[in-house]
Design a protein around this ligand. Sequence first.
Ligand code: C2E
Ligand code: CA
Ligand code: CA
Length: 255
Amino acid sequence: MFNSSEVLIALEKALNTTQLYMVYQPIFNLRTQSISGFEALMRWNSPQMGMISPDIFITLLENTGNMFSIEDMVTNPPWDVAATWPDPILLSVNISALEFSDPLLPQRVKQNLAASGLPAHRCQIEVTETSPLCDSQIAAKNMTELKAMGVELALDDFGTGHANLNYLLKYPFDTLKIDKEFVAGIEPDTKSTKIVEGIISLAHNFGIEVLAEGVETQSQLERLTQIGCDKIQGFHISPPVMAEDIPALLLQHNR
Ligand code: C2E
Ligand code: CA
Ligand code: CA
């Protein structure tokens, strides 16, 4: 077993090497029945420790106050990859709550978009609700600036953390991502189904789209379609894939 300081030392060595890379999971639009975007997810394949979950290494980095931005961590940043996709396929990136309270975030996003040539309207930023940092004034200012640039905003992991319904009033989200915990229990007449149905109708009243995460079966897909969910992600459509596998996925789903 490795302790966290050993993991951190190894991680610092892994920065900007091929050990750290991005994979991409399709976002499937239930209305158009086609892929409308991809979420970029980080992977760390350590020679000593094997595959390490981003849930673990990103939290470790954050705890040291050392949250590197994606472009500082990986050699092939998602913006450059997404710029090669056909319009209007969207790139969705996860930004940790710590990065979100950096006043330079909108400036950085702007630079990345300009350097890669990815139009702002094809970029979405996912803010996780598991940290109360979202409440800070800087985070609110960042969201307003990103929106003004044309970047879309998604509230990630809805239903699991600190975010309450107030977030929908306070911040200009375009999409709400329902956590896979609720999707797992989505059978006819279960409480989870009623919760998801309620979230969808509430979000739609605010003009916000709803994406369900962790869809693993055809029957989950069908139920979510029935109750008006807009988009899904999950192993049923595809697990996260390497950038080079994206053209084949688009050929398969977007004819
Ligand atoms: P997340 O943003 O909620 O990402 C969804 C997670 O669910 C991913 O785990 C994905 O591989 C997994 N998943 C997708 N479809 C299914 C399914 O059908 N069933 C199940 N059981 N799981 C599914 P992953 O890639 O291990 O990422 C874990 C978390 O780490 C992410 O949760 C996100 O919060 C964070 N993360 C990943 N990449 C980044 C990154 O580049 N930056 C930041 N700040 N956080 C990241
Ligand atoms: Ca996410
Ligand atoms: Ca999520």
